[in-house]
Each structure stands twice: as structure tokens, then as C-alpha cells.
Ligand binder design. Structure first.
Ligand SMILES: [Zn+2]
Length: 205
């Protein structure tokens, strides 16, 4: 994969060609995948106010006119990493306290109202604007996915933290793509084992 393709990972390209998360959960998945620690920090889609603003507008998470600040960027990135920790916990581990603290704090502040479509279908809509609206929508999606039962299938790659949707029958997928991170992990284990078995006690006498 060349750099041009790597930059598209998380948006146009899914590692391993996995289908994206269904429905609105895809937006939350994309939000977590606006950054991957295996890629340069400059590739962070929420890395600057201008980048974050463009991304949020593209996803319909904010409506123009909008002005995203450096403070908003820091807040959005903190929420993103808290969500990544929550997704990682779907492998069966506990949610780190710091992540829960961030989400509880944000959850206490969001404002949503019940909207009605032409056929009476209800939908929660953010009341605020800008980053507040984006955060409210993301947390609404999270809540909706937990109610619908989709949430446990959103996982974080054990190697790189990439959020992927696990469609396997027994929900056992652990890596974003076996061909990339799965093999990398296996190779490392193999190298470690090999190094141990080949280690010869040295003598300095
Ligand atoms: Zn990975």
C-alpha cells in the first residue's frame, strides 16, 4: 500500500476490504478512525481547526456557518480516544477510568431534542451548534448502537487501534486486517519465540 492509499484508510479504504459499520454507526467508526497511530500525526483528520471543520462538515456533523477552534480540536480528539478505548473494551476488557470520565463529562453536557419526520418517525437532534452539535450526535449514535445491539461488534484492532466492524459469526475478530496487523503481530511473536529458542548463554570468563 503506498502513501496515497494509506491516507485514504479510514475513509475510502477499509483494511482487509471489510464492509463499514452499518447505518449511522459508520459515522462513529469514521470519527474514531480520523487518526491511526501507525500513520504520521500530520495525517490526523482532526489535527487542526481547518481540517476538523472540513471533516465535520463533510460528515454532516456540523452545519454551516461554523468555526471550529483549537479548543474544539483538543476536545474532539480527547473524545475520539475515549471512544477508541470504549471500542477496545468490546474485546471483553474493562473501560479505562479516564475514558469513562471523559465520556461521562461530555454526556452530561450534550443537549438533544426529539424530532419528528413526515411519517412521524422520531429522531434525536442536537440542539447546540458547532462542536457541541457534533459531540451530541456522536454520543447519540453510540447510545443508539448500544440499544440496537450493534455496539459489541465495533472493535478496536489489538495492534493499531483501528475501529472495525466485526461481522464474524462468533465475534472473534481481533485485528483490523489479518493481512496487515494480524500478520505483524504473528511475526513479532514468531521472532520473539525464535530469538528465545536460539539464545545461547554467553560466558565472559
Ligand atoms: Zn490494525
Amino acid at each position: 500500500m503506498d502513501d496515497r492509499d494509506k491516507r485514504r484508510v479510514g475513509e475510502q479504504i477499509e483494511p482487509g476490504g471489510r464492509p463499514k459499520a452499518p447505518g449511522r454507526l459508520e459515522t462513529l467508526q469514521r470519527f474514531v478512525n480520523t487518526y491511526n497511530k501507525d500513520f504520521p500525526p500530520a495525517w490526523d483528520r482532526l489535527g487542526t481547526p481547518a481540517k476538523a471543520q472540513a471533516w465535520l462538515l463533510r460528515k454532516g456533523l456540523v452545519a454551516p456557518p461554523v468555526r471550529i477552534t483549537y479548543g474544539d480540536v483538543a476536545r474532539l480528539r480527547e473524545i475520539r480516544e475515549a471512544l477508541r478505548a470504549l471500542v477496545a473494551a468490546n474485546h471483553g476488557s474493562a473501560v479505562p477510568r479516564g475514558a469513562l470520565g471523559t465520556l461521562r463529562h461530555e454526556g452530561a453536557g450534550v443537549r438533544l431534542r426529539v424530532g419528528f419526520g413526515p411519517r412521524g418517525a422520531t429522531e434525536l437532534e442536537p440542539v447546540g451548534r458547532g462542536a457541541d452539535a457534533a459531540v451530541a450526535t456522536v454520543l447519540d449514535i453510540l447510545h443508539e448502537a448500544q440499544i440496537s445491539g450493534l455496539w459489541p461488534r465495533l472493535k478496536a484492532c489489538r495492534q493499531c487501534g483501528y475501529a472495525f466492524f466485526d461481522r464474524s459469526k462468533n465475534r472473534s475478530a481481533a485485528w483490523c486486517a489479518m493481512s496487515i496487523c494480524g500478520n505483524r503481530t504473528k511475526n513479532r511473536t514468531y521472532r520473539r519465540r525464535r530469538a528465545r529458542s536460539h539464545a545461547v548463554p554467553t560466558s565472559r570468563s
